[in-house]
Design a protein. Structure first.
Ligand code: HEM
Length: 195
C-alpha cells in the first residue's frame, strides 16, 4: 500500500505466520510494564513528533552501532567486514518500526510481526531477508542491553516538537514501556519453554 515499499518489510503480508504469543499473554505483559491507554495516546503524539526526524534518529542509532565493534559485527561478514547493503536495508525497516511502535494497534497482526522481527535476530531467520553474508545470530543479551540506548537517545527528539515537559515525559515513558514490551516479546524464540 505504501508508494515506496521497504524491501523485506512484511508487516502487512497476508502470509505472515501468527505469533506463538497469545493475546492473553500480551495483555499480561502490557500490565507488567504498566502500559495503558494513556501510553497509547502519548505514543500517537510521539509518532507525530518523530515522523519528521526519522533519519536523524537513525543516524544516532547507527552511529552508536557503528562505533561499537562488538555490535557492528552483527552487520558484518564473519571475518568482520561491514556489509553496507545489509546496513542500509535494515535501516529502512528500522525507520518503519519507529513509526509502527507509535501508531500501530498492538493487535494480532502486530504480534505476528513482532515474532517475525524476533526470528530475524535469531539463527532461524537472521540474514535471510536481505541474503546477507553475515553472522548467524544476535545474542539475546545484546538485545536486552540495547533497550537503554534506544530509550535514552530518543528523548531529545521527543522534546523537539515543542510540547511541555509533562507531555515530553509522558511520551518518553510510553516509548520506554513499548520498547521493553517488544524486547520481552522478542525473547520468546530465544527462551523457548522458559519463556
Ligand atoms: C533488525 C530493532 C537490538 C542487529 C532489526 C529490525 C528492527 C530492530 C526494527 C528490523 C526488523 C524488520 O526486518 O522489519 C531492534 C531493537 C533492538 C535491537 C528495538 C533492541 C532494543 C539489536 C542489536 C543488534 C541488532 C543489539 C546487534 C547489533 C540487527 C540486525 C538486524 C536487525 C543485524 C537485521 C536482521 C536480519 O537479518 O533480518 N532490529 N534491534 N539489533 N537488528 Fe535489531
Amino acid at each position: 500500500t505504501s508508494p515506496d515499499p521497504v524491501p523485506g518489510y512484511t508487516h502487512d503480508d497476508p502470509g505472515l505466520a501468527p505469533s506463538p504469543v497469545s493475546a492473553a499473554d500480551l495483555k499480561l505483559l502490557k500490565a507488567s510494564v504498566l502500559f495503558g491507554p494513556a501510553d497509547q495516546q502519548a505514543l500517537r503524539t510521539a509518532g507525530e513528533v518523530l515522523s519528521g526526524q526519522i533519519e536523524q534518529v537513525l543516524d544516532v542509532w547507527y552511529g552508536f552501532v557503528g562505533s561499537h565493534p562488538h555490535l557492528l559485527a552483527y552487520f558484518s561478514t564473519p571475518d568482520g567486514t561491514p556489509i553496507d547493503d545489509y546496513l542500509a536495508r535494515v535501516r529502512a525497516r528500522f525507520g518503519h518500526w519507529i513509526i509502527d511502535t507509535c501508531t500501530r494497534p498492538y493487535d494480532e497482526r502486530w504480534l505476528a510481526y513482532q515474532h517475525e522481527i524476533a526470528l530475524r535476530h535469531t539463527d532461524v531467520k537472521k540474514n535471510l531477508t536481505d541474503a546477507a553474508d553475515s553472522v548467524p545470530l544476535i545474542p539475546l543479551r545484546h538485545i536486552i542491553a540495547f533497550v537503554y540506548p534506544i530509550t535514552a537517545t530518543i528523548r531529545p527528539f521527543l522534546a523537539a516538537g515543542g510540547h511541555d515537559d509533562e507531555q515530553v515525559d509522558a511520551m518518553f515513558q510510553a516509548w520506554f514501556k513499548a520498547v521493553t514490551l517488544q524486547v520481552a516479546l522478542w525473547s520468546q524464540p530465544y527462551a523457548g519453554r522458559a519463556w
